[in-house]
Design a protein around this ligand. Structure first.
Ligand code: ACO
Length: 703
């Protein structure tokens, strides 16, 4: 995307509205009215074939009649005229189209959308939309939309896929006092997408935080790349996380991969903070748009009420920023600004007697102290104090320290006097909230932002181990036989070709062959049916473990064949695999899916029979670095089991991280061929003793 085209879209000096109307109530009228009421300083050109004047502005019959250059054309003509007017805009030399008109891919007319983009690209134009509300910008006094007014001013910028939500959020900015500079409706994303806008906004002086409402991406990797390269905080609310095609999955991994997990992984790798709902999005955006990140652990809370202090303490712990007691020298100094019965521990309780001066002195001292990494100031409305004066005392104290790299949040619990004080604080750059838990949520977002950015710093693409040649031979053989499911033997050979530690396994086509392979492998052994038609071998009675002698091999061979024929009389049974029996270890699962949005995505979790019950699994978009693999291992809820719970020796987590890394690189390398895979279980041994993949499944993409 040519970023200069986006300058025309988002900071135009001249705007034409093609489809402007003199008739109040029409969108083409409202856009003109909004441009005027928003106070836009640039030139506005209404385009309409018959009208002569709209709201005092001269009207031009076609875009070609406009004298001079036009930066942006807002299109409000019905869908059947869009291609023609777009062509005329191209001829005029316009570089950006904002297409409000609906009736494209959202109603099955992708062809019209493709035609629009083709025309635009022919003339070097970018297209925002179609099917959008438009764009709003406080810094340019530009309301080129049919949303009723510019948002409450501030430094966040919203990009939303839902136009209706833009209008609703625009109104909420005033009731919640969360300031935005720009609001951009992105609609069908036929051309300009989230990644393009994020890259542009990273250089926009008027945007300090990028706030996203996402329904889905077309190119997930482009989003990750753009977000990773951004120096500003990004916060995302992802809608539609409940069902994501998991129902049709053929592997354990496929059935565990909901959108919530895959998008969550992508946000993590993109350095994007998440919001859980709309309220949460506003609370977090407020803090992220006004304050620096919380870089370390020491968060101090100052309050005039014990109750809100306890609520803040609970919330801090819930949001992952637990409070610690301040050192004695900090406590001693704070004691000077409270009555005898106050508390200098954390939360610092100045008591209900606290006035402006105590707030001022304690905030100034605490905020400036080296121990303090971040500050939350709480206030409950009292009869003896004026909330606006308290707010001013807090702001003055912070300002006088000259410090700007530590975050501060405020919560004022009370009535309209508190509302007034909080608006004053927000207008002066300090996020203020109606409840202590909201303030803590804001602070937690600043902590998460710091941690997530640190976790992605310095990570490079992982190296691909082994060679794909052998893997492609195995895949070609299966495809040649019209199969998309590899047998376990094929899957293990493929894994082995990438250097993964698999148990030795060979196919016996007869009882005699099974006996001789068992002797070669060494007892005890495992025997498993080999059939492309039997994916869940245990369910079919197709797996027997711990076979200790030749007699056992013979009887097991016959039993497995009988069980599998009874399970599926038509199954193509190719024989029985004779496999080395690995010693017992902790069972984990590694798997992959080829996600429609993000492509190859790796999964790690606690394995064995409980995997689908506990669902204790973590996803990452592949490939991953060793550091990311270690992070995945540490993120599962049951990590204590690997660390050596209940006196057991710690497991070989270094070998496990190596395996996750190689596995991710392998599935990335085979992304054009492989749909889903599982290595389940992988047995992990004590530290230094490595691990073994004892079962393997690979499903190829349908071609
Ligand atoms: N050049 C210039 N003007 C033209 C041309 C042309 N070639 N052709 C027609 N016009 C004029 C028309 O004459 C008319 O002006 P008039 O009132 O003077 O006659 C004007 O363009 C608009 O055309 P209408 O036929 O009156 O269409 P209408 O205004 O009813 O609808 C619209 C047009 C708004 C683009 C409609 O087709 C549409 O797509 N509506 C949905 C938009 C929307 O909701 N988008 C956001 C989705 S997100 C959300 O859910 C909020």
């Amino acid at each position: 995307m040519d970023q200069t085209a986006l300058d025309n879209l988002l900071q135009p000096k001249t705007v034409a509205v093609v489809g402007a109307s003199a008739q109040p109530g029409k969108i083409g009228y409202t856009v003109i009215e909004n441009l005027l009421e928003g106070g836009y300083n640039g030139k506005i050109y209404p385009i309409n074939p018959t009208a002569t004047e709209i709201l005092g502005l001269k009207v031009f019959p076609t875009i070609a009649d406009v004298p001079g250059k036009v930066d942006l054309a807002v299109i409000t003509v019905p869908v059947k005229f869009v291609a023609q007017v777009s062509k005329e805009c191209g001829e005029k030399g316009i570089k950006a189209l904002s297409v409000i008109t609906s009736g494209f891919s959202e109603v099955g007319r992708k062809d019209l959308e493709d035609e629009l983009v083709d025309i635009a690209h022919q003339y070097g134009m970018c297209v925002l939309g179609p099917n959008i509300v438009g764009t709003l910008s406080n810094s340019d006094k530009l309301n080129a939309s049919f949303a009723p007014f510019l948002p409450f001013p501030g430094k966040a910028t919203l990009i939303t896929q839902s136009g209706a939500l833009l209008i609703a959020m625009d109104a909420i900015t005033y009731t919640r006092k969360v300031g935005f500079d720009k609001m951009i409706s992105i609609g069908n994303m036929a051309d300009v997408d989230f990644a393009d806008l994020i890259t542009w906004l990273d250089k926009d002086d008027n945007t300090s935080c990028i706030c996203l409402y996402i329904e889905g991406f077309k190119d997930g990797r482009k989003f990750i790349e753009a977000s990773r390269n951004t120096k500003k905080p990004i916060i995302a609310l992802k809608a539609g996380v409940s069902a994501h095609g998991a129902a049709a999955a053929a592997s354990h991994t496929g059935s565990l991969a909901g959108a919530v997990k895959v998008y969550g992984a992508a946000f993590q790798q993109a350095g994007v903070v998440q919001a859980s709902d709309l309220n949460n999005l506003f609370d977090r955006t407020l803090a992220l748009s006004l304050q620096p990140p919380l870089r370390k652990e020491n968060l101090l809370v100052i309050t005039n009420g014990g109750g809100v202090g306890v609520l803040a303490t609970d919330a801090a712990e819930r949001f992952g920023v637990p409070l610690h007691f301040a050192p004695q020298d900090v406590q001693d100094e704070l004691k000077k600004h409270m009555p005898e019965f106050g508390s200098a521990k954390n939360p610092v309780d100045l008591t209900g007697m606290a006035g402006n001066d105590w707030y001022y002195k304690s905030v100034k001292f605490a905020y400036a102290h080296l121990w303090t990494d971040g500050l939350a100031v709480l206030y409950c409305e009292t009869a003896m104090t004026n909330p606006v004066e308290i707010a001013q005392a807090i702001k003055k104290a912070i300002e006088e320290t000259g410090i700007t790299d530590k975050p501060v949040v405020v919560s004022m619990v009370g009535g309209t006097r508190c509302d007034e004080a909080m608006q004053w604080l927000v207008e002066h750059g300090i996020p203020a909230y109606t409840a202590p838990d909201k303030a803590m949520n804001g602070m937690a977002a600043l902590r998460e932002y710091n941690n997530i950015r640190q976790s992605i710093n310095g990570t490079n693409e992982a190296k691909i181990p082994g060679s794909a040649k052998k893997a492609h031979e195995i895949i070609a053989k299966a495809r040649g036989e019209g199969r998309t499911a590899l047998t376990e033997i094929e899957a293990k050979k493929l894994f082995a070709s990438y250097g993964l530690p698999v148990t030795e396994i060979n196919l016996a086509k007869s009882e005699e062959e099974a006996v001789s392979l068992a002797h070669e492998t060494g007892f005890p052994i495992v025997m498993k049916v080999v059939s492309p038609d039997i994916i869940h071998k245990s369910d079919a009675g197709g797996v027997k473990v711990n076979i200790k002698d030749e007699a056992g091999v013979r009887s097991t061979y016959q039993t497995i064949l009988a069980n599998c024929k009874a399970y599926n009389a038509n199954a193509d049974i190719r024989g029985v695999a004779v496999q080395e029996m690995a010693p017992l270890g902790t069972e984990v699962i590694i798997g992959s899916i080829n996600d429609p949005t993000f492509g190859p995505t790796v999964m790690f979790g606690l394995g064995g029979i409980f995997v689908e019950v506990l669902k204790d699994v973590i996803f990452r978009v592949a490939p991953v670095t060793k550091g990311q693999a270690e992070q995945m291992i540490n993120e599962i809820r049951s990590v204590a089991i690997l660390a050596g719970a209940r006196g057991e020796a710690p497991r070989d987590r270094a070998a496990l991280a190596d395996l996750v890394c190689s596995y991710a690189a392998m599935i990335y390398d085979l992304r054009d061929e492989v749909a889903e895979t599982d290595a389940n279980p992988v047995l992990v041994y004590e530290e230094g003793k490595g691990l073994k993949v004892v079962d393997a499944r690979i499903i190829l993409k349908k071609k």
